[in-house]
Structure formats: C-alpha cells, structure tokens
Design a binder for this molecule. Structure first.
Ligand SMILES: [Zn+2]
Length: 142
C-alpha cells in the first residue's frame, strides 16, 4: 500500500509543473506542503472505505482507479502561514488559495479549485487531456 508525498512519484511532465508551482510560490513568499502525490489502488480502496465500511469521515468519492492520484498525474498541496497549515477558504485564506491556484494554472496545471462539482482547493493535476480510462490503459501525458 503506497500513499506518497514525494514529487518523484509523479510522471515527469507533472513533476516538472509541480516543481515550477512550488518554486514560484516560494519566490512570492508562499510556502507549500505537498500532502499527497501518488496513491496505489490498494491505498485508494482504503481511502474509499473510510466513512463507508471503515470508521471515519468520507474523504473521497473516487473508487480505486477513479482518482487521478492513482495514475501519478495529480497532487495536493496546503499552504503554510507562520508555520501553520491554512485550511480556511474565506477572507485572506481564500485569497491565498486563489493566488496559488492561479500560479498553478500559469504552470500549465489544472486546478480543482475551479471545479463545479467536487471542488477541491488543494488539488492540482496535469493529464495532457487524457481521461481516467486512457490513463488506466497505460497512456501517459506528453
Ligand atoms: Zn487530490
């Protein structure tokens, strides 16, 4: 079971963009913590079970294979302010998240903070236009 926080577990074009995002944020005085990159199918199954057949709160709607994290093309970040994780989504916290999202988009990443359903401020991905089915079939983004 693997649930990685290392950028080395992302596909090269994704890692490249993630590093660009982290460096650009650092240059602007924003520190980011990477909380998740690659998750194997077993780890996704355990996460999906949480709040359903296992204790805890529901944290994902993605079954194994249905998360972009399972195909090494997605990662999650959380900003730090004065050493503390920022989880707020309104006011200054909301502004900070939006700023990070826009820097990610400048890096060529898709930011889930814009999604209409399952909006997720922490989530970035680079699929090169590939669907989950295509990724599952072994295609990789250029
Ligand atoms: Zn994510």
């Amino acid at each position: 079971m693997k649930n990685s926080r290392s950028l080395d577990d992302l596909l090269p074009p994704v890692k490249e963009r993630a590093m660009w995002l982290l460096n650009e944020c650092r240059a602007r005085g924003i520190d980011l913590l990477v909380t998740s990159t690659y998750r194997d199918l077993e780890s996704q199954a355990a996460l999906y079970a949480q709040g359903r057949t296992a204790p805890g709160l529901i944290v994902t709607n993605a079954k194994p294979g249905m998360s972009f994290h399972n195909w090494r093309v997605a990662f999650d970040v959380v900003p730090l302010r004065a050493g503390k994780l920022v989880w707020g989504t309104t006011g200054d916290d909301g502004k900070l998240w939006r700023q990070i999202g826009e820097i990610g988009e400048d890096a060529g990443l898709e930011w889930a903070g814009r999604w209409k359903s399952f909006k997720e401020l922490a989530h970035f991905q680079y699929t090169g236009g590939l669907t989950l089915m295509q990724l599952a079939a072994g295609k990789v983004p250029e």
